[in-house]
Design a protein around this ligand. Sequence first.
Ligand code: ADP
Length: 207
Amino acid sequence: MATNITWHQGAVSLAERQRLLGQKGFTIWFTGLSASGKSTLATALEQTLLHSGISSYRLDGDNIRFGLNKNLGFGPEDRTENIRRISEVAKLFADASVIAVTAFISPYRADRDAARALHEAAGIPFVEVFADAPLDVVEQRDPKGLYKKAKAGEIKEFTGISAPYEAPEKPEIHVKTHEVTVEQGVQQVLDYLVAQNLIDGSKLVKK
Ligand code: ADP
């Protein structure tokens, strides 16, 4: 734990930065079981935002574990630390007026609530999106063959099989990925962002 450190305030406030850059930063936090569609939706959303001239950057589970979090495993403590670091990084992007789009299972409600609290304390909006599909559907999809391995006991502590998933109670957006297409799921998120005045709907261009 570092001591004798002091926060150094910048010369540009959050509001002024947003005005100068012409966009608000915030975090869109996808949560859900493996194969529920987080990465697919986050990737399509990031693409649509960028094509509309809105700066957005995706932080994705596996990718972050290649670098920043490569020293972390999948036990409860490491999962919490994984999410804590992602929350801090997302907040930094959002503070820089970028739309941070995160795609992590983030199975523990307390960890997601901590991510929300971190953002709210900094005056930065936090939009939780539940990418939801029943276990039997995600087991069927199994794009990386992980459920098969988990059920065979080859992967320990696999969310939904041998580790818990605590579904959000009041997510800002609930996308039922077994009922809607990827395009409809992305549209659901965009509609919310426009309605909340987080993005300028007139900027949005169709892919
Ligand atoms: P996660 O990031 O949650 O692990 P992925 O996005 O990697 O999930 O995988 C989800 C899989 O489900 C992909 O193969 C995707 O094509 C498929 N899929 C089918 N329908 C949908 C939908 N409506 N939304 C998102 N993904 C979907």
